[in-house]
Design a protein. Structure first.
Lengths: 219, 397
């Protein structure tokens, strides 16, 4: 009798124990070791908003906002956009210095600025391409050597001289606390300088501050 | 019996379902990834693909440094850029980080981003590569970012004390023609290391020698829950002498990577790991107590059986069953708890960086730098500044 009870109880306990064991094992294996097995297909992201990967530096939305602000302000400047004869300007990264703690290809910024400005100025400002001066020189040499004809606009005495040139500076103030909070203030200053008398005829700046904190496992 | 079988089957099925999914990487994908990389680096770069996202930064940093040693600077730069993208991203609301906080998941489940000294060194190498290209603005940005990684030390005296990076920030500014910025950076380097050098007038060559074996991470504490770093057991005697354009020179300055690695102090994650260790310890004690109750129950049951006291036998059996179950599940919980600290490490880092600046009248082939350990000296820079870099012992490929 006692043996029967013991047997039944024993098998019941065994079953219970095994079932509980199974439950614990199931609970204990919540991870598969592979994240997002199916992956994420490439998709277009809105360049005006923060993307999937976020840091504390300059991102696409900053560049768009910054350039839009600079172009609007530059075109409202009478010296640059209101002259009877369109002034000639050079907009490239040659005199644009990065003093910040963010590694950056400055051309991303100045290329967009130059292009957006040229589109919006619509002839009110003329753009001199100094970055590709060698390209111009080569073609001029071919024309003058008689290897090509003179094109449709004819020859000029010299290449175009510029009236104004863009310069600027990117600076940052960085803070990082022991608790993993990282904060970055960035200031980007733009200046347009008269290449004859050195006077700055236009200036503006764009700044922002971003902060974030890593998950505790990274602190 | 049938119920036992069913339960056993459930347990086996549960075990089967619990098997870790191994990420199988298509060999063609590995081949495609390696196609544009030099053959001698394939072993290291294949791990970038096969070991997955969790170890991607670690493998990129190892392979990037090895590529730099071999003179494949473009590949090294790409590798460090890729690694730094992850290092610089703010990891909040991250699934793997959330898992790593769980009692039953080890810390090394998280995406490896390195400890501050490793992150700082990744920026250091990217900066040196920029110096080699003559891109002094981005070199300066890299060194500055490296300094920021060193701001998480427990004791204030050890925060942002990476004098080498301050010095290099100044050097990059000097090469870029920013004298006032350079002076500020050199002053900061001197603040952390009074013996830190200020380049002499006319110095246009920076020599960097990364020597010795990487610091070693290990888990300390009863459950290896405390991350500690120690000197590598392999001994190394650095040689700081070399010849420059025919004259004898010495690398006067040293930045100890080992010191940077060992002076950080505790981490915030240590509190999480400590909690996991307490859980494990508690579960183990509960398992022991359960086992003791089960043993006592068995004794009571046996005594009941021997004396013909049925109630006593039942009570003893019940005690044994409950104690046994408690012991089994507490043991399972203790076994499942993972308090171990993440000891994955960038193992081809040097123990120290030795450095100095000099004046050279570089001819067409650049300065003649001879006799540095490792034999292979990598030269770069432009007409403003030159940089010579070497690493010894080199990474085993």
């Amino acid at each position: 009798m006692l043996g029967d009870i013991g047997d039944r109880r024993g098998s019941g306990i065994s079953a219970f124990a095994l079932a509980l064991g199974a439950a614990v094992l199931v609970a204990g294996c919540q991870t598969t070791g592979v994240q997002n097995v199916a992956g994420t297909p490439t998709n277009y992201q809105d360049t005006r908003t923060a993307g999937l990967v976020r840091g504390t530096g300059i991102e696409s939305q900053d560049i768009k906002s910054m350039v839009d602000k600079m172009v609007r302000h530059m075109l409202a400047n009478p010296t640059l956009a209101g002259a009877a004869e369109p002034p000639r300007v050079i907009v490239d990264s040659a005199y644009f210095e990065n003093q910040s703690s963010q590694r950056i290809d400055k051309d991303v910024l100045t290329d967009r600025l130059a292009t957006q400005l040229q589109i919006s100025a619509n002839g009110r400002i003329l753009f001199v391409n100094r970055e590709r001066a060698d390209m111009v020189e080569k073609e001029r040499a071919l024309k003058r050597a008689g290897k090509t004809d003179t094109g449709t606009v004819g020859l000029t005495q010299a290449v175009a001289g510029a009236d104004y040139r863009l310069s600027g500076r990117i600076t940052s103030l960085d803070q990082r606390t022991r608790s993993g909070v990282q904060q970055r203030y960035m200031n980007i200053v733009f200046r347009m300088t008269d290449l004859e008398n050195g006077i700055t005829v236009w200036a503006n700046q764009y700044d922002f501050k971003k902060a974030g904190q890593d998950d505790v496992v990274y602190r | 019996m049938i119920r036992s079988m069913t339960a056993a089957t459930a347990a086996i099925l549960a075990l089967g379902g619990c098997m870790e999914t191994t990420s199988q990487v298509d060999p063609k994908a590995v081949q495609a990834y390696l196609a544009d990389k030099p053959a001698e680096t394939h072993k290291l770069y294949s791990k970038v693909v096969t070991e997955g996202e969790g170890n991607r930064v670690l493998n990129l940093m190892r392979a990037g440094l090895a590529s730099m040693e071999l003179g494949h600077n473009e590949l090294a730069a790409k590798s460090f850029d890729d690694a730094l993208l992850t290092i610089e991203t703010v990891y909040a609301d991250d699934e793997r980080a959330k898992e790593a906080r769980s009692t039953f998941t080890p810390e090394d489940r998280k995406v490896f981003r390195g400890e501050p000294y490793e992150r700082a060194m990744a920026f250091y190498y990217r900066g040196v590569l920029y110096l080699s290209e003559g891109d002094y603005e981005n070199a300066r940005a890299s060194f500055k970012s490296g300094i920021l990684q060193d701001s998480m030390a427990e004791q204030e005296e050890f925060r942002e004390d990476f004098a080498l990076l301050d010095f290099l920030t100044g050097w990059a500014s000097q090469c870029n023609g920013d004298a006032s910025l350079a002076a500020e950076d050199y002053a900061r380097a001197k603040q952390y290391n009074p013996e830190a050098m200020i380049p002499g007038a006319g110095h246009n060559l920076l020599v960097l020698a990364d020597l010795g074996y990487a610091p070693v991470k290990y888990g300390d504490g009863d459950y290896k829950e405390l991350l500690k770093v120690k000197k590598n057991a392999r001994s190394y005697s650095p040689n700081r002498s070399f010849g420059l354009d025919g004259s004898a020179q010495s690398l006067a300055n040293e930045e100890s990577v080992l010191r940077q690695a060992t002076t950080r102090g505790g981490r915030e994650i240590d509190f999480v790991l400590e909690g996991k260790a307490h859980f494990k310890e508690g579960a183990e004690e509960t398992a022991q107590a359960g086992a003791a109750v089960a043993q006592a129950g068995m004794a009571v049951g046996m005594a009941g059986l021997a004396s013909g006291n049925e109630d006593m036998a039942r009570m003893g059996g019940g005690m044994a069953a409950v104690g046994g179950l408690v012991s089994i599940f507490a043991s399972a919980a203790a076994e499942a708890a993972k308090p171990e600290a993440d000891t994955r490490q960038w193992d081809n880092l040097p123990e120290s960086v030795y450095y100095g600046t000099y004046q050279t009248v570089a001819g067409e082939g650049g300065p003649s730098v001879e006799g540095l350990p490792g034999g292979r000296v990598h030269l770069g820079g432009d007409e403003r500044c030159q940089v010579a870099w070497t690493r010894h012992p080199t990474t085993s490929l």
